[in-house]
Design a binder for this molecule. Sequence first.
Ligand SMILES: Nc1ncnc2c1ncn2[C@@H]1O[C@H](COP(=O)(O)OP(=O)(O)OP(=O)(O)O)[C@@H](O)[C@H]1O
Length: 336
Amino acid sequence: MRNKLLEINNLKTSFRIGDNYYAAVDDVSLTVNNNEILGIVGESGSGKSALAFSIMGLHTRAKIEGNIFYKGQDIANISPAKLNKLRGDDLAMIFQDPLTALNPLMRIGDQIAETLILHKPEMSQKQRKERVLELIDLVRIPRPEHVYEQFPHELSGGMRQRVVIAIAIANRPDLLIADEPTTALDVTIQAQILDLIRELKNDLDSGVILITHDLGVVAEMADRVAVMYAGQIVEIAEVHTLFENPLHPYTKSLLNSVPTEGQEKLHVIQGVVPSLQKLPRKGCRFAARIPWVDASAHEEYPELHEVEPGHFVRCTCYSHFYFPDESKEAYAHGNS
Ligand SMILES: Nc1ncnc2c1ncn2[C@@H]1O[C@H](COP(=O)(O)OP(=O)(O)OP(=O)(O)O)[C@@H](O)[C@H]1O
């Protein structure tokens, strides 16, 4: 049975730039259940990492508003001591680049043991070593005894990422956040690492937040998907619903950017996510990228609408959206 592990309500994470605070995560609400993978997709700059860091309490200077309930306890603003206890124990994160996540001067075994020393101080040295070897084996690294003594630079990228995963799961976390865990790896290794994350999720009955810009990864891995644009969730749905019936113009354009068999020409929406200072704070944040859609189609304060059970879409523009033919689009851009 799936239970609610994480519930985020109206989260706003703002960074100070000059004299003002600008929200990089703006009014995000979501839930994650145990034994569930929630995929979070969106272009670079859409706020995915800022959201992950907020959950992990890793922002040192950001302003955090709203609630992050973990098993019913609000961790959005708890003391650093309490958060440290949770982090690495109940909550763990797998970062994008294993090289920067690992200490180049420390043996693999010692790096994995470190998190056990911190969170399971009662373990004897012998028990700890046994557990580290078990973890190395669990993430399918061959010859654990040998790898225990090695340094990060002696391992391949894929093996290093397995070490990072071993550290993350050392204390059997209930919630695992994986931020682009396979971006730095080639395709075959990527598939193995994703398989491993899915297996560990099943074994530990954990909830997983999988952040990626790769829709193929989401289709393969996620149970539900949240699509983020400019700090907000613009659509959230079960994975098959999102792929079969995408509604938000941004989701449609993301899906359109993945070529499928038999499709000759794809319409790709131009532009990028605006910087925090330039982000419109009123009206539909995606409006500027679909200038051919009439302004009246957008809401003044776009909200998430539940269009069918569990399927939410932001702003009414989704029901007026269409992909223009190229000539009309050129006209729209030329006149905007
Ligand atoms: N510490 C910070 N101070 C100021 N602005 C920040 C900070 N961290 C992130 N931002 C800004 O917040 C916005 C969201 O960034 P974030 O890294 O969360 O995006 P992302 O979707 O994870 O992108 P990527 O896929 O490139 O990691 C961006 O405009 C970014 O420049």
